[in-house]
Design a protein around this ligand. Structure first.
Ligand SMILES: CC(C)(COP(=O)(O)OP(=O)(O)OC[C@H]1O[C@@H](n2cnc3c(N)ncnc32)[C@H](O)[C@@H]1OP(=O)(O)O)[C@@H](O)C(=O)NCCC(=O)NCCS
Length: 174
């Protein structure tokens, strides 16, 4: 009757071990776009399709990263970031971390990977837009020394029609 208990134990041990394994960031590639679309739809009300990600990724200056646990090369990533660079300025187009992987350092690793690449390219600044109500993301960006440089009033609307501002944040890189 309880023959399946060792299996359940083995699976939860494996899950626990995988969640404790160190994270690593890889460049976002064409093979990752469907995973990115899935994570994006989990995080945002207006999801982007895999084809939209592929089209954005193929534009000049576009790049991104996915974060995976070491040893989990094939499975869905824990998170991804997509950015675009033009001359010495860059912007974050989107970033999302799987709900079950949040508050484990994935978002920080993805943003650090973008910053590291931009430093190597000698870029001058990184911009992004964030909902004024997105306190988790705002806390992450403030830790990374982003500063508010603009505001677009009533830029976002939730399902009930309530509108919130987009904050434009800048991270100087020099
Ligand atoms: C915002 C987001 C990318 C953060 O990813 P994450 O992997 O959970 O972030 P991290 O674990 O790297 O967090 C790093 C630090 O940011 C801050 N932070 C992140 N999420 C937070 C939250 N929900 N509340 C408060 N602080 C938060 C904390 O200071 C955290 O450090 P700590 O856990 O040691 O306290 C993730 O919550 C997400 O995908 N949200 C939905 C999509 C989204 O809002 N994207 C941003 C649009 S601009």
């Amino acid at each position: 009757m309880y023959w399946y208990l060792p299996l359940v134990w083995t699976m939860s041990f494996w899950d626990g071990w995988m969640n404790a394994a160190p994270l690593i960031a890889h460049p976002l590639g064409a093979d990752d776009v469907d995973f990115a679309a899935e994570l994006h739809s989990e995080a945002f009300a207006r999801p982007w399709s895999g084809d939209e990600f592929l089209s954005l990724l193929s534009k000049p200056g576009s790049f991104g990263f996915v974060a995976r646990r070491i040893g989990d090369r094939q499975g869905p990533p824990a998170g991804f970031v997509l950015a675009r660079q033009a001359a010495d300025e860059a912007e974050i187009l989107t970033i999302a971390v799987s709900r079950k992987a949040r508050r484990q350092g994935v978002g920080r690793l993805l943003m650090d990977s973008v910053l590291e690449k931009l430093h190597a390219d000698r870029a001058a600044s990184l911009f992004l837009e964030v909902d004024e109500d997105n306190l988790g993301a705002l806390t992450l960006y403030r830790h990374l020394r982003f500063e508010e440089v603009g505001r677009r009033p009533a830029y976002y609307a939730d399902a009930s029609g309530r509108r919130t501002s987009a904050l434009v944040l800048k991270r100087p890189l020099r």
